[in-house]
Design a protein around this ligand. Structure first.
Ligand code: GLV
Ligand code: MG
Length: 352
């Protein structure tokens, strides 16, 4: 406790003239965080089309951008921020990690040039609350000096063993915290997991069905398991505990749309609000997975209609409903309502 700000100070701006921090994260639809490499001119030319399709557009400056393209990516991001109107679509950037030679210039150049358009900075390889405090203070100073009207959020990537161990301290480090994404590639390396994949399962990770005595010809079933189940659950609990938004991160095998969809759906069912899309095909997958299923929405609406004040117990189609399922139904209907505001086709499917 001695090392945390008191409740009365927690929501004060960290620099005189910086905007007040949000007390709750703004309600926004963020089904996918669509990554673009901003140094590529051909991609920058497509930003208006991407804005129309994606909930969040993110200019990536970190991994996957070669060392000799870092400055061009930063300049390209500033250009794409300046030259486009984003409307209800979020504009984020993933800066380089704090121990790299590029992070400080990323922050110092982008905030003055594009801070009034930037919603969120994604911070990679967060190890503990000290990383958040550093960026928090620096952003407040830059916001104050540059007349930035809204606080810029921080979204941490959960991708080191130390970061996972410090997850609650990271989540509670600042009111600037927007949420977290699972980074399965770096996390696998940091933990010493024996996989070369970016997200998804592994054929070796699973459980073998019992021997059944009569079975002499070795036909025991093997059930592959989700390698990320534990960490996603841990992340969802930490995020929701602090009022933040949890996301699944990247899925590297663009050729396997089914496996991508399955990984995204596991994350969605466990509580995540979105995932990264690294390829246009994944944008469509995320849109499908992170928008509630119309049948589920219809059933949730029946629960709410049957229990107008959210209390009591009723039966619907042989299934018991009570205050808790009413709350589950609210989660689905609130999400459907948010989707419907943006997406007329789905609004019709949801009858909203
Ligand atoms: C994402 O950055 C990852 O490392 O998976
Ligand atoms: Mg990473």
């Amino acid at each position: 406790m001695a090392h945390t700000r008191t409740p009365s100070n927690f929501y004060k701006p960290l620099a005189i003239g910086a905007p007040d921090p949000y007390r709750a994260q703004p309600v926004r639809l963020e089904r996918m965080i669509h990554f673009v490499p901003p140094h590529i001119e051909k991609i920058r030319a497509k930003i208006p089309e991407i804005i129309a399709e994606a909930d969040v557009v993110l200019g990536n400056l970190e991994d996957a951008i070669a060392a000799d393209a870092k400055e061009a990516a930063r300049a390209g991001f500033i250009e794409m921020a300046r030259e486009n109107e984003f409307g209800g679509t979020g504009l984020w950037t993933r800066i380089n990690c704090l121990n790299s030679p590029w992070a400080l210039d990323d922050i110092m150049e982008i905030v003055p040039a594009a801070g009034n358009k930037l919603n969120v900075i994604m911070l990679p390889k967060v190890e503990g609350p000290w990383d958040i405090h550093y960026l928090d203070q620096l952003l407040a100073q830059l916001e104050a000096a540059n007349g930035i009207a809204r606080p810029i959020g921080i979204h941490a990537i959960l991708e080191t063993a130390q970061g996972v161990n410090n997850i609650e301290d990271i989540a509670g480090a600042s009111p600037r915290m927007h949420g977290m994404s699972l980074g399965p590639a770096d996390l696998a390396a940091s933990r010493g997991m024996k996989t070369t994949r970016v997200g998804g399962g592994h054929p070796g990770y699973g459980v073998l069905a019992d021997r059944d005595g009569s079975n002499k010809d070795d036909t025991r079933a093997f059930y592959q398991q989700d390698l990320w189940h534990f960490t996603i659950g841990r992340m969802v609990d930490a995020c929701l505990h602090f009022g933040l938004k949890p996301f699944y991160g990247p899925f590297g095998d663009f050729s396997d749309a089914d496996a991508c969809e399955a990984q995204f759906r596991n994350a969605y069912l466990q509580g995540c609000l979105g995932a990264w899309s690294l390829h246009p095909s994944q944008l469509a997958i995320a849109k499908k997975v992170f928008s509630p299923d119309p049948d589920e929405v219809a059933f949730a609406k029946r629960i709410i209609a049957a229990m107008p004040d959210g209390t009591g117990a009723v039966m619907i189609d042989g299934k018991m409903q009570d205050d808790a399922t009413w709350k589950q139904a609210r989660v689905i209907v609130d999400l459907a309502t948010l989707v419907a505001e943006k997406d007329p086709d789905r609004a019709a499917l949801y009858d909203l």
